[in-house]
Design a protein around this ligand. Structure first.
Ligand SMILES: [Zn+2]
Length: 448
């Protein structure tokens, strides 16, 4: 079993027990981090390790995207100025989704996963809500496995149009066939909506879907959680013992104080989608970070839909930081709203890594640079024109860097991006495949 020794970088572990190292080493063996320390060159496991000099770089955990509808990626930015949620639902879920073949599911999901890896996202929860047939699900999972990302396939049936009605019954087969696919990197979750408002009762979370998840030992991610109706649903879930750490509520905008209290008391996890909440305008349109923190929930972050939003975690971290601080300052200037403490760059980096891992059900295995954890990490050049000179590694990661500065991406000890380029990906071939799929979908829209 060979290893890798990353030497001399500024190491941001995001592990509160270890803290950061101004200059340090990270030793990887197989799929795990063996040690993090000031100088590991004499560590017994370093003897035959490949040495990577990370001087002048920041070494950090890979980002965790806790909710993205990956299948849509070949339609990315097709509705950049979409006016609201209803318009997105009518166009992308109502018109485009029914045109997707299993192959289109594969192409979109693979493109999203590769884009995530390129931007330093080592774990992506694919909220795959276009499972029209068993083959659609299989293709989406195969795409995750083929890219080498740590992929969470959260499976849900489609909102509209013809489909096989194989979900959620097919989940048992999905687990048998695919749990641990991609050499252990793929895990399965159940996905659902908060209420029956968007697509009827069959997709709405409640005791039936919770029973399916429990029987298979699956975590659950619930999308479209907002407003009075979701608040009511959350209180009914509290009454029937359906809240808890295995449940992730996505968006969580405009919820009632009672709903938040129930979520906090049960350790329910929350995924904020800052650009989605604000730009598409979900309920109150304000990412609910202060509400979450007030009840002791540290949220994960997510990208949501590439059809109208950016694809990377830097955008999410900066959007959330700016909106939360705007809110805090407005409170000081008499908006009448409560005045929350200002969050920090380290807070948003924590949300984008460690808390994201917990939120995606992977808090024991990834999200920090800690001995024993999976080796999911990024190496960021702090000597580029936009990152030099290195004064504060967390500030550089959150405010300065973007995907171009990410030199190396490692998932489970395997290098997926090196010298600033995705490893083993034929970009010309990818472009051809993506364009052909996009063209076929658009042509079929014309036929109606
Ligand atoms: Zn969503």
């Amino acid at each position: 079993m060979s290893g890798t020794l990353l030497t001399g970088g500024a190491v941001v572990t995001m592990d509160p027990r270890t803290g950061d190292l101004e200059r340090g080493d990270v030793l990887v063996r197989g799929d795990r981090i063996v040690a993090v320390g000031a100088d590991l060159t004499t560590h017994p496991d370093a003897a035959d390790a490949a040495v990577v000099d990370t001087t002048g770089r920041v070494v950090a955990p890979g980002f965790v995207d806790t909710h993205r509808h990956a299948w849509q990626a070949q339609m990315r930015r097709s509705i950049p100025d979409v006016s609201d949620l209803g318009a997105y639902v009518a166009s992308t879920l109502g018109e485009v989704a029914p045109r997707y073949t299993p192959h289109d599911m594969y192409v979109g999901t693979r493109l999203a996963a590769l884009t995530a890896l390129d931007a330093g996202i080592t774990t992506m929860l694919d909220f795959s809500h276009n499972s029209r047939t068993a083959a659609h699900s299989d293709a989406a999972i195969r795409a995750l496995a083929d890219t080498g990302i740590r992929g969470v396939h959260a499976s849900m049936g489609p909102h509209f149009g013809d489909w096989d009605r194989q979900w959620p019954g097919d989940l048992e087969r999905l687990c048998a066939d695919h749990q641990g696919a991609g050499e252990g990197l793929v895990t399965i979750r159940l996905a659902a909506l908060a209420t029956d408002e968007i697509a009827g009762p069959s997709l709405a979370y409640g005791k039936e879907l919770a029973a399916v998840a429990r029987a298979l030992g699956l975590g659950v991610s619930v999308d479209a959680v907002f407003g009075a109706s979701s608040s009511e649903a959350i209180l009914s879930w509290a009454d029937t013992d359906l809240l808890g750490p295995g449940l992730c509520l996505i968006h969580a905008t405009g919820l009632s104080p009672d709903a938040w209290r129930a979520m906090g008391e049960t350790g329910t996890t929350v995924s904020l989608a800052p650009s989605s909440d604000a730009q598409i305008g979900l309920e109150s349109a304000v990412p609910a970070v202060d509400e979450a923190l007030a009840v002791g929930i540290r949220p994960g972050l997510s990208i949501d839909v590439e059809v109208a939003l950016s694809s990377d975690m830097f955008t999410q971290m900066r959007t959330l930081l700016a909106i939360q601080r705007m809110r805090a300052v407005r409170g000081v200037y008499g908006s009448g709203e409560p005045v929350p403490d200002r969050i920090t760059t380290r807070d948003v980096l924590d949300f984008a890594t460690r808390q994201g891992a917990r939120t995606a059900g992977l808090g024991e295995s990834t999200g920090t640079l800690s001995p024993g954890r999976q080796a999911d990490l990024i190496v960021v050049d702090a000597g580029d024109v936009n990152t030099m000179p290195l004064n504060d590694p967390v500030g550089t990661l959150v405010l300065g860097a973007d995907a171009r500065n990410i030199e190396t991406v490692m998932v489970a000890g395997r290098i997926r991006k090196a010298r600033g380029r995705l490893v083993g990906v034929d970009i010309d071939g990818l472009r051809e495949e993506v364009t052909a799929s996009r063209d076929r979908i658009v042509a079929s829209l014309g036929q109606r």
